[in-house]
Design a protein around this ligand. Structure first.
Ligand code: IMP
Length: 422
């Protein structure tokens, strides 16, 4: 059984935890897009783990984690992540982590360009994580990127590095930005390459052979549907395909080998960075921030919060082919007396049931709400569906029905135990 897991909103849906739960039934967990812009938080007992590039499957013994060809890798940061996990007692070796030789490499000039473009956009900035993700995918599309296979080639790498660095330093100089020092990058990247070499392999062949032998693979999506470069709220998106199709292109496992798609969404909506968020609401933002929740795992930024938006989640079901749903952060609404759900957008006197293509129209959209009675009872101790208050179950089943997929998991807190099968 090959399962794709995707975020149905703007990222931070609590995928890390659901992936961790689904990993129990998987043999292999694969990341297929994005880079260390992602931050997946998983609690095992009291221990908190924040993963950026390595699949959260690494926290379970006997699972193999793959960083696929569609991912962009900052090798220095990846070594830091491996070291950090080992310090916490998690074993990371070529037996449980395999890195694609055709993934593209993030360099310091990518990060610098990312920051520069944001500064130049001023008010219109995207609010990126400044991890160099956009410029790295840009180089990939422009066919000038360096891949892991280049980084691993000790003879060729210094020369390719010099070419790329010279061109990028010219651009950085023209922008009045800090240039990048060749010797420093060569030293840091060669050291990281030596450390990562044992982990590098042909992951496409590995995945094909494993699935032929009957292995169960879980494809862990990073970010969310509306940050997808094609299907998201462009240009306020990330630079990869965060939707289900990205799992195939980013791993080399073809679409007809995929068996199911699970979507993860919060019981409300959040977004980090700029861009439209029609159901944004200051009241629910204050409530969630006051509870100490909704701060980004990668950048620590406060997330913008709003009511559940059924227009976007329905769209997410459509483009991803979501069959099953996990709804997370239900306990975040435990104190709310009346819960709103956005069921349409009003713009220029018309009510839209689908998201407009033009981001400027989306910014002008006014949400049309339906209301639901809250449950005003703590849910975080519930372990069975029947233990959830009636109003809570009614709310969850209603939003799952509006979204158009079957609810399979209700999550009432960050711990593994706070996961209720439906
Ligand atoms: P980038 O991926 O760093 O280029 O950032 C582009 C947009 O995607 C920004 O709005 C970021 O806040 C958002 N973004 C990137 N990664 C994540 C994530 O893992 N969770 C939530 N938002 C993200």
């Amino acid at each position: 059984m090959n399962t794709i897991l995707v975020g149905a909103q703007w990222g931070d849906e609590g995928k890390g935890k659901i992936i961790d739960v689904l990993t129990e039934q998987a043999d292999i967990v694969v990341r297929t897009q994005g880079g260390n812009n992602a931050g997946h938080t998983v609690f095992v007992g009291p221990q908190k783990y924040v993963l950026h590039l390595i699949p959260s499957g690494i926290l379970r013994p006997d699972k193999v984690c793959v960083v696929g060809n569609g991912v962009v890798i900052d090798p220095v940061s990846l070594v830091g992540e491996i070291d950090g996990l080992e310090k916490l007692g998690v074993q990371v070796s070529p037996k449980n982590l395999i890195i694609s030789e055709t993934a593209h490499v993030v360099f310091p000039w990518h990060r610098e360009l990312d920051a520069q473009r944001e500064v130049r956009k001023g008010q219109g900035k995207i609010g990126t994580t400044k991890r160099g993700i956009g410029p790295t995918y840009g180089d990939k599309a422009a066919r000038v990127g360096l891949r892991v296979v280049d980084l691993m080639n000790a003879k060729r790498f210094p020369e390719r590095l010099r070419e790329r660095l010279q061109e990028n330093n010219e651009v950085l100089r023209a922008l009045g930005a800090q240039t990048v020092d060749y010797d420093t990058v060569l030293r840091d990247y060669t050291t990281a390459a030596d450390r990562l070499r044992p982990f590098v392999a042909n992951t496409v062949v590995y995945l094909h052979e494993s699935t032929r032998r009957g292995a169960n693979v879980l494809f862990e999506g990073a970010q969310g549907t509306f940050l997808d470069i094609d299907h998201g709220t462009y240009p306020y998106v990330t630079s990869s395909n965060t939707t289900a199709g990205g799992a195939s292109t980013g791993s080399g496992v073809p679409p007809n080998r995929m068996d199911r798609v699970v979507g993860v969404m919060k019981a409300y909506t959040t977004r980090v960075g700029e861009g439209p968020l029609p159901s944004e609401d200051a009241g629910i933002s204050d409530l969630l921030h006051g509870l100490g929740r909704e701060f980004g795992a990668t950048t620590g930024r406060a997330r913008r919060c709003g009511w559940f938006d059924a227009v976007v989640t329905r769209h997410a079901c459509m483009v991803n082919g979501i069959d099953e749903l996990a709804i997370t952060n239900i306990d975040g609404l435990d104190t709310v007396a009346t819960i709103k759900v956005c069921v349409g957008y009003k713009v220029d006197g018309t009510v839209l049931r689908h998201i407009p293509a033009d981001v400027e129209s989306m910014v002008r959209c006014e949400p049309v709400y339906e209301t639901f009675p809250g449950w005003v009872t703590p849910t975080d101790k519930a372990t069975r569906w029947e233990e959830l208050p009636d109003n809570c179950r009614h709310y969850l089943l209603s939003i799952s029905q509006m979204t158009g997929a079957r609810l399979i998991i209700a999550s009432v807190g960050p711990a593994r135990e706070q996961t209720i099968p439906v």
